[in-house]
Design a protein around this ligand. Structure first.
Ligand code: 5RP
Length: 238
């Protein structure tokens, strides 16, 4: 859910239903024998659960490569056999997103997992994105761009980000005092830009700042996006 948007319970339910619908559709696209990148977040959660159901009910033989501790533990609970990028490359990666533009550029990292997500999603033969329609935008940048940052580099990184026109803010934890710590033991700095004219260029500029491990712009990596709407699921291909 967008960090700046307040939503009613009814609106939340509609979004949640749309997430479930796209997640189930994506899980039905999986073939017996596939190696799968398992995304992170609430939409990916439904995808992983449905995969677990298919393994139990249809006895399909698949293996998953998780993109976070969240998807690792969930996949194990759902009975999905796991592997690593050392052993296999994914045939298909399925993951959520925080924003999707008409060229299928994405912002990800609402769950602070974008570093491993980018590694797994880019390594896949096909990267399928699953979102509800609130994630569709004409231009990226309303959602702040998450940066995973080495903690000791926090100050210099924020100074560099300001020079690029961004307003950085350290992501704070909710059930822990102090900042969010990622699965890789780093900070997350969310950077608000007025508008992002060129996602490809900004992605490179942000990753060139020493101390930035990875940023949440995914330019041109997605092959297909399934969008859950009030009238069913829309599919957009590259
Ligand atoms: C985690 C992500 C998520 O995929 C993204 O935040 C979308 O999450 P959700 O499906 O819960 O809306 O990038 O780092």
């Amino acid at each position: 859910m967008h960090p700046k948007k307040e939503v009613t319970w009814e609106a939340f339910q509609l979004v949640d239903d749309a997430k479930k619908e796209v997640a189930i559709k994506a899980a039905m696209m999986v073939n017996d024998g596939d190696i799968l990148g398992l995304g992170t977040g609430s939409t990916a959660h439904y995808f992983i659960q449905k995969l677990g159901d298919r393994i139990k009910n249809e006895e399909i033989g698949i293996m998953g490569i998780p993109t976070s501790y969240q998807s690792f533990f969930l996949a194990k609970d759902c009975g999905i056999p796991l592997t690593t990028l050392d052993e296999h490359l994914p045939d298909l990666a399925v993951d959520g997103a925080d924003e999707v533009d008409p060229d299928l550029n994405l912002i990800k990292g609402g769950g602070a997992a974008h570093t491993l997500e980018k590694i797994v999603d880019s390594a896949a033969k096909k990267f399928l994105v699953i979102v509800d329609e609130s994630k569709k935008v004409q231009k990226l940048g309303d959602f702040p761009v998450p940066l995973e940052v080495i903690p000791s580099a926090y100050r210099p990184v924020t100074q560099q980000v300001k020079k690029l026109g961004g307003t950085p803010s350290l992501r704070m934890a909710e059930m822990k005092d102090g900042p969010v710590i990622t699965d890789n033991n780093n900070f997350v700095v969310d950077v608000q830009f007025k508008e992002i004219q060129d996602p490809q260029e900004l992605e490179i500029e942000l990753n060139n700042i020493p101390g930035v491990v990875e940023n949440g712009i995914f330019p041109g990596i997605a092959d297909q996006v399934l969008i859950g709407t009030a009238n069913g699921v829309e599919s957009v291909k590259k």
